[in-house]
Design a protein around this ligand. Structure first.
Ligand code: HSE
Length: 438
């Protein structure tokens, strides 16, 4: 432990930046023993200087201009904890240009600009570490990239947005409505600045993009993810799903099939007996299926100051340990060596195969169900369960819930159009995908 401390600079002293400093200080001795030398923050910039005053900043120079941090010759590592695309992207590229390693918690930046950033880092021989970008305190990047390196990853599914999980859990356990729970999630600080990133699925799509690249050796392809949020899920859907033995979770799913890769984010019915169905509230979980390891479930806090800081600090330790390692002997950014990344096709949502929950409002008269089941049957769609529910809208119409077996989404789209055309069916059909993860 005779080596001098490694000096680092922080971009951002908000929730994650503050948490990182707290953990670095509280566990300084343990961290130094693990890294082989001390890790000292010497310079930082705060977008919100008022918030930064709540943090112990002893020994840290606070500057207004973030580029002063990226250019500081004393520091070996820049921790980018400001989030968003700009100025984060320009700052990270500048730090790389200056030969600094970068630790980032920025999922949007990695998902949308990771290919450019990793190429620049590789050319300059520096490391980019991003454990905190996916699922906060859960060490899922490390597991996918290192612990499962011997596996052919078949699929993964994750509860990777805590806000959506909090809302769906409260709708299920408390029988509450979407809007009311969203307001509470914002008050508790779970939601992004713009909560549509959470409830419309964008945040989960960023995280899924990163996990899929690590799993399948493909470039980051955020624009090809099918994205659906949870705004259309009603309390009734949550309750009907439960009567049938399922819970509705907002999942990011990536699956390797013969024709390519499925990349999709949407609400999903999953069996109540699946352990991941019991991950509730703001918690996150990722279920990975490796051909050798079988199913591996990781769960924990997906956000928050110290859980996210846990991942940032683990990355700092990793980078410090590898400072003297030749770049070609370091763990590759996306798990696979860059020259082996494959351009496997990402399937259009119409080409995916899954089971479905359908809810329709039908006239309560003879022959209506026969018409619906004929339309499904004509398209090779087999029914798994059917529930005719009590009247709740108009005396003449009843809600019907149908669970189907797996089928191509294209066939289901055609069936839904045909069913909605029936005179006996009112309004639009609610369709929620269903996965057994057997
Ligand atoms: N808004 C995110 C969530 C925070 O709800 O999961 C962590 O990325």
């Amino acid at each position: 432990m005779d080596l001098p401390p490694v000096k680092i600079g922080l971009l951002g002293l908000g929730t994650v930046g503050g948490g990182t400093l707290t953990v670095l200080r509280r566990n300084a001795v343990l961290i130094a023993a693990r890294a082989g030398r001390r890790i000292d923050a010497v310079i930082a910039t705060a977008l919100n200087p008022r918030k930064a005053r709540d943090i112990d900043l002893t020994g840290i120079e606070i500057v207004d201009d973030a580029f002063t941090v990226a250019d500081d010759p004393r520091i070996a590592i820049v921790a980018e904890l400001i989030g968003g695309i700009e100025p984060a992207r320009t700052l990270v590229l500048r730090a790389i240009h200056n030969g600094k390693h970068v630790v980032t918690a920025n999922k949007a930046l990695i998902a949308q600009h990771g290919n450019e950033i990793f190429a620049a880092a590789q050319a300059r021989g520096v490391m980019i570490a991003f454990e905190a970008a996916v699922a906060g305190g859960i060490p899922v990047i490390k597991v996918m990239r290192e612990a499962l390196a011997g596996n052919d990853i078949l699929w993964l599914a994750g509860i990777i947005n805590g806000t959506c999980n909090f809302i769906l859990s409260a709708m299920s356990d408390g029988g509450r409505e979407f809007g009311e729970v969203l307001t509470e999630a914002q008050r508790l600080g779970y939601a992004e600045t713009d909560p549509s990133f959470d409830v419309d699925g964008v945040d989960a799509a960023h995280k899924l993009t990163i996990l899929a690249a690590l799993a399948f050796g493909i470039p980051l392809q955020f624009s090809k993810v099918y994205v659906e949020g949870i705004r259309h899920i009603t309390r009734e859907d949550v309750q009907y799903a439960e009567r049938l033995g399922y819970r509705i979770k907002h999942l990011g799913i990536a699956r390797q099939v013969e024709s390519g890769i499925e990349l999709r984010v949407h609400p999903t019915l999953i069996p109540q007996a699946q352990p991941i169905a019991r991950v509730n509230g703001v918690m996150n979980a990722v279920l990975v299926r490796g051909d050798a390891a079988g199913p591996v479930l990781l769960s924990g806090a997906g956000a928050g100051a110290e859980p996210t800081a846990s991942s940032v600090v683990a990355d700092l330790v990793d980078v410090v340990r590898a400072l003297t390692t030749d770049p070609e002997n370091r763990v590759p950014h996306l798990a696979f060596q860059p020259d082996t990344l494959e351009d496997l096709p990402i399937l259009d949502i119409a080409e995916i195969e899954t089971a479905y929950y359908l809810r329709l409002l039908a006239a309560d008269r003879p022959g209506v169900l026969a018409d619906v089941t004929r339309i499904l049957g004509d398209r090779g769609i087999s029914i798994e369960a059917l529930l005719q529910l009590e009247h709740h809208v108009a005396a003449a119409d009843v809600p019907i819930v149908i669970l189907t077996h797996r089928v191509k989404e294209r066939a289901m789209n055609e069936a839904i159009v045909a069913i909605e055309r029936l005179d006996s069916i009112q309004g639009r059909i609610v369709r929620i995908r269903l996965e057994e993860f057997a």
